[in-house]
Design a protein around this ligand. Structure first.
Ligand code: HAM
Length: 449
């Protein structure tokens, strides 16, 4: 017989193709490389940022959309482009039965799919949608680059007006303003329409061709697949050639140039500062016209806090009636890195209204029955579940950021008078229970107004 503890790992093909792994009993499981647990002390800052995003969305009248984490692989490949880094080497995919699944690497193609699938164009006007959630790319992890990361993003579908571009950029900037991240640069560019790009790509190839042997290996590859991505290169040997390359804004059609001019005009009207970067091309194939990125010098190598642009052909590409659209998405982990570099505290201190400190079994029973009533009044409260000493319970109350502690023992239950301790001021009052509730409610109200 095989001793199960001696088995390191083997695979059983259980009915269909489900794999069951057995591990040594003392195996320590860890997250996969590039995938991170968000622990309670950190999740408060996540909630805080999510609240900022939701509140900005409310002010800008964007409504939330939640799409599945798994999408058809074909949708992502068509939407983002076969030759992009994401599709060619960074997708987490699997097959089950006849279906191909991909862990969504971004949110725009899924939102476009949902827009088409649910006939959202029939609602008339334009759709203003936002999302917050996890995304997955099999990239080499490094600071600011994970395999599971999180984005907040927005898509405005149904308008080709440059007003929509300005609204989307304004919404993105509002979130960074609210979060206090000031040290940012908004880079913008226009990559025109497909005809412009065909002509421009030819011009770029003509420019780079004589220099090809001097370019990095990556850029030589991109010369064949997508020469515009050479402009994105961070390789030292490419930089002098990239610097003098022809710029797309010299090739824009009249319509594209007019659109770009209006976007800049509207950004000026909104007092949003920007820097024109004619080499900004973005790494996804669906973009047309406006492209932008929000950069932070505090991020190091991965310096894009977020990015976006117009994608007027994507809805049709994924099977819908043509609908122009513009959107952005931003990395939440990167916003936290920037906040840390700027010493901005996004982690609100943990706090509860009251901690019930109990002495003896009768008091424990009283506390257990009292908590639901307090919670019913919207107060946050807890008690000790380990029969610890009063001293240990007070320490725990402090650790939890309790505003008050209420000390309960046989004597308090007999007299109906309790000691309510204000933990911040280190003051105590002897009160009956009704008065205690009043104090707690008053304090709670003061804090939330
Ligand atoms: P993206 O530029 O691929 O655009 O990603 C947007 C942002 O997500 C990046 O600027 C970065 O902050 C964050 N991000 C991307 N990959 C990672 C990663 N591996 N680890 C950590 N953060 C990451 C899009 O995703 C488009 N869907 C944006 C868009 C929306 N365009 C139009 N609408």
């Amino acid at each position: 017989m095989i001793d199960p503890l001696s088995i390191v790992s083997f695979t059983v093909n259980y009915p269909s193709n489900i794999e069951v792994n057995f591990y040594m009993a003392d195996k320590k499981f860890r997250t996969h490389h590039g995938m991170v647990d968000i622990l309670p002390e950190d999740s408060r800052k996540w909630q805080h940022l999510e609240n900022i995003v939701r509140n900005a969305a409310r002010k800008f009248d964007f409504e939330e959309i939640r799409t599945p984490v798994l999408e058809p692989t074909e949708l992502i490949a068509r939407g983002i482009g076969q030759l992009t880094d994401i599709v060619s080497k960074e997708m987490f995919t699997f097959t089950r039965g006849d279906d191909n699944y991909v862990l969504r690497p971004e949110g725009t193609a899924p939102v476009a799919r949902a827009y088409v699938q649910h006939h959202m164009s029939q609602q008339g006007g334009s759709q203003k949608l936002f999302y917050i959630g996890p995304f997955f790319r099999a990239e080499r992890p490094q600071k600011g680059r994970q395999r599971q990361f999180h984005q907040f993003g927005a898509e405005l579908i149904g308008s080709s007006d440059p007003l929509a571009d300005a609204e989307i950029i304004g919404f993105m900037m509002e979130i960074y303003r609210e979060a206090g991240i000031k040290n940012t640069v908004l880079e913008i560019n226009s990559i025109g329409d497909p005809d412009t790009r065909t002509i421009y790509k030819e011009a770029l190839k003509n420019y780079f061709r004589p220099q090809l042997h001097n370019l990095s290996e990556l850029s030589r590859k991109r010369f064949e697949t997508n020469p515009m991505r050479i402009l994105d290169s961070k390789e030292k040997e490419d930089l002098p050639f990239v610097e003098n390359a022809p710029i797309i804004t010299d090739y824009l059609s009249e319509k594209s140039a007019a659109h770009y001019k209006k976007v800049k005009h509207y950004l000026d009207s909104l007092n949003i500062l920007y820097h024109e970067n004619p080499h900004l091309v973005r790494g996804l194939d669906y973009y047309t016209e406006t492209a932008f990125e929000l950069i932070s010098p505090d991020l190091g190598g991965q310096d894009a806090l977020g990015g976006g642009g117009r994608y007027d052909l994507l809805i049709e590409e994924v099977g819908g009636k043509p609908a122009p659209a513009v959107g952005f998405a931003c990395g939440m982990e990167r916003l936290f890195i920037a906040a840390e570099a700027l010493n901005i505290e996004l982690n609100p201190p943990k706090s509860i209204d009251v901690y019930l400190v109990t002495r003896g079994e009768q008091a424990q029973n009283w506390a257990l029955k009292t908590l639901p009533g307090l919670r019913g009044r919207n107060l946050s409260c807890t008690m000790d579940y380990l029969a610890r000493s009063i001293k240990a319970q007070m320490k725990e109350a402090n650790r939890k950021g309790a505003k008050y502690s209420l000390i309960v023992g046989d004597q308090e239950l007999e007299t109906g008078k309790f000691t309510l301790r204000n933990m911040n001021e280190s003051t105590e009052q002897q009160l009956n229970f009704d008065n205690i509730v009043e104090v707690l409610l008053q304090d709670h109200k003061n804090l939330s107004t």
